[in-house]
Design a protein around this ligand. Sequence first.
Ligand code: GLN
Length: 190
Amino acid sequence: PLTIGVLALQGDVREHVRTLTDLGVGATTVRRASELEAVDAIVLPGGESTTMAKLLRTFELLDPLRKRIQGGMPAFGTCAGMILLADHVRDGAEGQETVGGLDVTVRRNAFGRQVDSFETDLPVTGIDAPVHAVFIRAPWVEEVGPGVEVLAEAAGHPVAVRQGHLLATSFHPEVGGDGRVHELFVDLVR
Ligand code: GLN
């Protein structure tokens, strides 16, 4: 049976574990390289991308994670997790590192201060009815490479993308009890 890991250094880890568990999928937290080796796929949660990047270094997970993603392990990043998956970041912290793999440029905190957080019902390609999407200091995608499919847009910018085994959303499908984006990821893993 499938085991999906949730990177558990910081952020909304429990929400992802619960969403996956509710779908009947095996989910486990990942904090060390040995735990990473044991999973079939990984979720990078929402939270703070700069903090998570630093902790990935501290916990010696950055290179193992890069290698596994380059080797084809499916990954799903939400919000800060999308930033971590992106090859390029605008408005990042000085020297902000990412895991990379996803051929996109994202802008951090892109929706601006006035609209720090908002919720909207968003049509997503591959999901039959709109998804209730919660955005919290969210990034958007500004440039996509040729292999990247845009699955949803908000304010004229991509906010859900897929590139082969990689899926990323600017919003938080782990918040609000709608498991359909996670289901999309699980289908991709299978
Ligand atoms: N603004 C955060 C960052 O840059 C992401 C916010 C979130 O994950 N809700 O990492």
